[in-house]
Ligand binder design. Sequence first.
Ligand code: RFL
Ligand code: PHB
Length: 393
Amino acid sequence: MPESTQVVIVGGGPAGLLLSQRLHLEDIDSVVLERQSRAHVLGRIRAGLLEWGSVEVLRDSGVGARMDREGLEHDGSDIVWGGAHRLTMDTRRFAGRPMMAYGQTRLTEDLYRARDANGGVVLDRVEDVVLHDLASATPSVTYERDGRRYRIACDFVAGCDGFHGVSRQAIPSAQRREFEKTYPFGWLGILSETPPLPELVYANSPRGFALSSQRGPSMARYYVQCPLDTDLGDWPDERFWEELKARYPAALADAIVTGPSIEKSIAPLRSFVSEPMSWGRLFLAGDAAHIVPPTGAKGLNLAISDVFYLARALAAHYRRGDETCLASYSETALRRVWGAARFSWWLTGLLHRFPDQGAFDLRAQEQELQHMATSEAYMTAVCEQYAGLPFED
Ligand code: RFL
Ligand code: PHB
């Protein structure tokens, strides 16, 4: 087991793996500590839609080859509402860049493959990770693996351990400020080996939100808004397909190809931001610092942009002894995080049905969708954010 490294990365999800890959390209050593088995991490079905800025970071990190072969490039996504209306958030036209449908599961596989090929150290099944002396110049991390306890000395710790990780909690609570919003519903999602609709289509319907997305030419991902206490056992495939189709206009519903699901899960929706994103020698990236509801497709993209800023800051420290980017990492990353947090909250409000919504609120939703459909100025502002805000120099 390694006794020292430059950066200990807690969490081997997309944020942790991409950070280790980018640090490797900068000749900076890291060790990734992941709580779950690799099979478990690779089995998780999550995000699917990448901003073009993320696509470019992944290419630049040497992990873009399969994405470029198998990902589905899009001019944007559609929204349907009121049974008959349809608009396109055409990001190519209104923001000058397309988007890419490419599953997080595949991206995680690509990252593991790249780290294995480069001799990267990713330790899975580690337990009881504890961060020490973060306020000093000589932090360390202890953990247990196969019943034995180990310590790694390091210069920095990167907390990439997701919302339920330990890193964020290592910042004293008096130094942390948390902002949170919960929503009274979740998303019930399925994956099915069927040809998806040619476009991503979000639906605002009286029965609740729905989304039709893609994972490849013959792999579709669908979601329906559901109550938080939904029991998966009550949702055999037939019921899911019937409910999904009932939320789309007839022509789209007829175009949905059904088949057996190969995965089915429920995700609650939450908005959460923890400030600051760094403390002493600890730097947080990805879901460890913030959660957005999936409506805006921003979670994975934020993990990628955090890692872009953090790897750049660590490279400036090791190459030039320049501490300015590390000192401003939290502030820089948070500007983008709050942009996405606000956008995801707004799009969630626009497309879902809330238990306390009255007739006035529904008319306001319709009016806003109508406004988007008819105002180029409004659509441009929306597309700018859906396509992803540019990275700062
Ligand atoms: P992850 O993926 O949660 O990885 C964190 C890793 O840390 C490990 N870990 C620990 N390791 C060691 N010690 C501990 N104490 C640990 N505690 C935890 C975990 O096992 C895990 O492997 O966070 P990361 O890397 O920051 O990545 C974030 C993304 O996974 C997430 O934001 C996205 O999936 C969100 N998301 C979407 N994002 C998009 O950009 N576009 C989308 O289209 C999109 N769709 C979605 C989504 C999330 C969804 N769910 C299930 C919440 C759709 C859904 C349904
Ligand atoms: C997905 O494909 O999982 C997906 C796509 C777009 C979203 C959310 C999730 O807004």
